[in-house]
Design a binder for this molecule. Structure first.
Ligand code: ATP
Length: 380
């Protein structure tokens, strides 16, 4: 190793005495010490000196490498295009609406029945009730032992679709207390789909600096006839609550895109930032205790990630795609939840809006001309 001053070169031996840690260079001054010492002249590491005769060869090597990098970029682009086409074909074959069913394990607070009321296969589930047996076919059934990771693996290909410029919606639907919030939000030890999806989006887009995606995030809840902005600064949330309804307005532009006026949208540049905003939104969500669930969600919670596509990456497609992740309020039987007063009203509102959502999904599936989206809000 050489450390040179302007006038002289000090040679430091690279070999170290036997038994000495080669990393420590015991006995020798550290470069930082040399720099700080008032007795030694200023030193610098000279890495820029290239002998003239080697310069040309080096320039040629750099040119060759740049050519190779460009070739690899083109190849990557063409492979990306093929991957996109294949993924689209797979998703077309599987259908644009896919339904998974997750069976929640018994909780310690529940009485475990000797005969389980359900049995599962990988794509079907049989539910036994007094005197009847019903079988349902689904795209995938997750048994009680399925982990958060197992569920996420099935959802993950849709994230790639969102990055490819398609709009994607993942929603959790089910009776109260069946594990929707656990699946979407999860816990600190077992994060759910939303956090895993955020992590994966940043992971998949961090490698390629030429493809600079941008991400922004919004969160809202649909609660008792109002849309509440979960990421709004505190003061404006309080002002909203003071007038009992936060009248965020839904608009549809001529291209059919749905926009929510005045909804807070925050730019996020990495996973840490995104997960902090997500925690803030979660804390602002309405929950309360019922007989069925100690912390029952009393609203539908929607997390929207807006993905700005890199320039030129989306030939013919929208330059912005949206990923919606929705934890719906649970359908409830009032007798079972023991809800009264406000909690009962919330349960009714959730039931009605879920039934309207069923109509929306049925209309989408039948490819109807009119999809009754607004009905969902009218009923809450
Ligand atoms: N797969 C699972 N493994 C372990 N515990 C689970 C699982 N699913 C749900 N739980 C637990 O069951 C309870 C109810 O789950 P959760 O709150 O997610 O239900 P929910 O469907 O969101 O209910 P609601 O509609 O009332 O909000 C929670 O204590 C949760 O931790």
């Amino acid at each position: 190793m050489f450390i040179s001053t302007e006038e002289e070169q000090i040679s430091l031996p690279m070999e170290t005495p036997l038994g000495m840690n080669p990393d420590s260079f015991e006995g020798l001054p550290l470069v930082s010490e040399l720099l700080e010492s008032p007795t030694t002249p200023a030193v610098y590491t000279d890495v820029n000196v290239v002998p003239e005769h080697e310069k040309k060869a080096l320039e040629q090597t750099i040119l060759n490498l740049e050519g190779e990098i460009e070739g690899l970029r083109l190849r990557q682009r063409s492979l990306d295009e093929k991957r996109r086409e294949t993924l689209n074909k797979i998703l077309d074959l599987k259908g644009s609406i896919r339904v998974f069913c997750r069976v929640r394990p018994f909780l310690s607070t529940e009485k475990r029945r000797i005969r389980e009321p359900i049995s599962t296969g990988s794509e079907k589930i049989m539910v036994r009730s007094v005197g009847s047996r019903k079988e349902f076919g689904l795209d995938k059934v997750f048994p009680q032992e399925a982990s958060q990771e197992d569920v996420f693996v099935e959802v993950e290909p849709t994230l790639r679709s969102a990055l490819d410029g398609h709009n994607v919606c993942i929603l959790a639907y089910g009776q109260t207390g069946t594990g929707k919030t656990f699946t979407m939000e999860g816990t600190n030890d077992q994060p759910g789909i939303v956090l895993r999806a955020l992590e994966e989006l940043f992971r998949q887009t961090s490698g390629d600096s030429s493809a600079s995606f941008t991400f922004s995030m919004s969160m809202l809840e649909v609660y008792m006839g109002s849309l509440r902005d979960l990421l709004a600064p505190r003061s404006s949330t309080k002002a909203c609550e003071a007038v009992s309804k936060c009248c965020l307005n839904i608009q549809t532009d001529p291209n059919g895109s749905v926009e929510i006026e005045r909804l807070t949208e925050v730019g996020v540049s990495d996973f840490t930032q995104a997960s902090r905003w997500y925690s803030k939104g979660r804390r602002a969500r309405s929950t309360s205790w019922t007989n069925v669930n100690e912390e029952s969600s009393r609203s539908h919670c929607l997390t929207r990630i807006t993905i700005g596509q890199p320039r030129g990456a989306t030939e013919g497609k929208a330059e912005v795609s949206k990923l919606w992740m929705v934890d719906l309020g649970g359908s409830e039987r009032c007798l079972k939840t023991g809800a009264t007063g406000q909690t009962l009203d919330e349960g009714r509102a959730i039931n009605l809006s879920l039934s309207a959502l069923g109509d929306v999904i049925a209309a989408l599936k039948r490819k109807r001309g009119h999809i009754p989206y607004r009905q969902v809000l009218c009923w809450v």
